[in-house]
Design a protein around this ligand. Structure first.
Ligand code: PEP
Ligand code: MG
Length: 561
């Protein structure tokens, strides 16, 4: 295969490097009769020892929190009880892969029953089991590859748990078979600041070690690129960086119209990079990371400590905290029910607070306690607001905690259409284009196959943004965009032209957005917005706007192939 592969480009720029694939969990083959139980037991012990060695070596090579996770996993795998029990089963004639699986599954059940912190470690045990079984069967070890040099990571998809282990020093680019433009993989790629292509069918057929050129802006993966193509991409990359480096400070258009540029923050390891970014603050602080992978919600003190860290890092700047957005793509055992047939349309986001008011109360109390000790300007907003009553109740609860600024995310079409009715009770708005696209087009945001409908250039989506922005302006309310749309420089111009007053994106996306804004006047942004609204489909909107943009050759990625 040497044809270029096409998917959805989600992280700008381009990168070239050798492929390293993420192997899937091994499937258990049919059990074999064991002819030499002693050898089988020795193989079981050797497989576990190999897992321990692997993990320790990787921990030593990895920097940051990923290293601690790997070292902790190595300690679990080295537990002699695991090895003794699995070896004993093998000695009794059980196939080694089955012996390992049985013992790990037994530990898993015991941990899950213990609840709390222990129950949260069951995923680690599953990972260790898969690694041990792969070693025993001589299959590629599942999980992130570690070829010992920088690489282009190719995977079917990435689980949120993989993300803490991704080393931005080593991952040159990301390519996944699954995932759409607003999936968590896309969000992760932007946070890492690496070029990425998601929804890329056939990517897992690229052999390990094969050179590929990944074009993040236009979603193309070029196997065995020619030296000319690599040079062209590198030259474009250099120009892009130079151009972006020429602009600093608050976002504004060429004629001085201010557009606050803010960062999205979704995990503790992102905090240093986010705080160091040239940004006016945080436009979306996704607080879910505190709640994920846990059997019960964190208490007030633990939450307050986490918020304090963020507010301290952004002292004097704005921090827009989004209250817990549980459910659908972010399920939490203690906040969401498992018996809904359509979780994306169920009790999620702010709706969970109606079912469990204490969850929101504790969170607001923790935010208020942390805000009281800080000079950060703390704004608090609710996810998934649909009707004015919800916004009013939320705002009252926020203010009851002494927090002065309460807002609503606009991610449900009903809220976009009736922003004028939300405005009297909200101090500000933030458009979540990821969910707004999902609900406007009745298209699951996690499905790469629906990428066309989820494309943030869809004129109908832009129409909803225009309606919401017009209503917010009439009431003098700021309205930002914090969905993935804000990271696309050309689309950022359109959003500003539609009346959006701030843009929040991964830190790595901001320099390009800032530079492109500085090169266009507000009137030009409005003209581009008009063109996008008039288009029949997303591709036409994108192409028309991009070809009209000033300095076209500087704004667009090189023709990939
Ligand atoms: C959105 O929906 O656009 C958004 C920013 O929120 P999340 O992606 O966390 O659902
Ligand atoms: Mg959302």
């Amino acid at each position: 295969m040497s044809r270029p592969l096409r998917g959805i480009g989600v992280g700008g720029g381009s990168a070239v490097g050798p492929v390293a694939r993420m192997a899937p969990a091994p499937a258990l083959p049919a059990p074999r009769p064991v002819t030499d139980p002693a050898a089988e037991a020795a193989a079981v012990r050797a497989a576990l020892a190999a897992v321990v060695t692997d993990l320790n070596e990787r921990a030593a090579r990895t920097s940051g929190p990923g290293s601690e996770v790997l070292a902790a996993q190595a300690v679990m795998a080295a537990d002699p009880i695991l090895a003794d029990e699995a070896a004993a089963l093998a000695e009794q004639g059980t196939d080694g892969a089955y012996a390992l699986t049985a013992v790990f599954d037994g530990f898993r059940t015991a941990l899950a029953a213990a609840g709390g912190y222990f129950a949260e470690r069951t995923a680690d045990l599953d990972d260790l089991r898969d690694r041990a079984v792969a070693h025993l069967l001589g299959l590629p070890v599942p999980g992130l590859p570690d070829p010992g040099h920088p690489y282009v990571l190719v995977a079917d998809d990435l689980a949120p748990a993989d993300t803490a282990l991704l080393d931005p020093e080593r991952v040159l680019a990301l390519v996944t078979v699954r995932g759409g433009p607003t999936s968590h993989t896309a969000i992760l790629a932007k946070a890492l600041g690496v070029p990425a292509v998601v929804g890329c069918a056939g990517a897992m057929e690229l052999a390990d070690g094969r050179q590929v050129l990944v074009h993040g802006a236009d979603g193309v993966v070029e196997p065995d690129p020619s030296p000319e193509a690599v040079d062209r991409a590198a030259a474009h990359e250099r120009r892009r960086r130079e151009r972006s480096a020429g602009f600093q400070g608050p976002g504004r258009t060429a004629d001085g119209h201010p557009v606050a540029l803010l960062v999205n923050l979704g995990a503790p390891h992102e905090l240093p990079g986010a705080a160091a970014a040239d940004a006016e603050g945080v436009g979306l602080f996704r607080t879910e990371f505190l709640f994920l992978d846990r059997a019960e919600a964190p208490g007030l003190a633990e939450q307050a400590a986490a918020y304090r860290q963020v507010f301290a890092a952004f002292a004097g700047r704005r921090v827009v905290v989004r209250t817990l957005d549980a459910g659908a793509d972010k399920p939490l055992p203690f906040a969401t029910s498992t018996d809904e047939e359509n979780p994306a349309l169920g009790i999620r986001g702010l709706r969970t607070a109606a079912r469990d008011p204490q969850l929101l109360e504790t969170q607001l109390a923790a935010i208020a306690a942390a805000a009281a000790d800080s000079t950060a300007q703390v704004w608090v907003m609710a996810p998934m607001v649909s009707v004015p009553r919800e916004a009013a109740e939320f705002a009252a609860r926020v203010r009851a905690h002494g927090l002065p600024l309460a807002g609503a995310m606009i991610e449900v079409p009903a809220a976009a259409l009736r922003t004028d009715r939300l405005a009297p009770v909200c101090d500000f708005f933030s458009v979540g284009t990821n969910d707004l696209a999902q609900y406007a087009f009745a298209a699951d945001r996690t499905l790469g196959s629906l990428a066309e409908l989820l494309d943030p250039w869809q004129p109908a989506l832009l129409g909803l943004v225009a309606t919401a922005a017009g209503s917010a302006a009439e009431h003098g309310r700021p309205i930002g965009v914090c969905g993935e749309a804000a990271a696309d420089p050309a689309l950022a111009l359109v959003l500003v032209g539609l009346g959006i007053t701030s843009l929040s994106a991964a830190p790595a996306s901001l320099p390009d957005v800032r530079a492109v804004l500085a090169a266009h006047t507000l009137a030009e942004c409005r003209e581009l917005a008009e063109l996008a609204l008039l288009a029949d489909d997303a591709a036409t909107a994108r192409d028309t706007v991009r070809s009209r943009m000033a300095g076209r050759s500087e704004e667009l990625p090189p023709a990939a192939v």
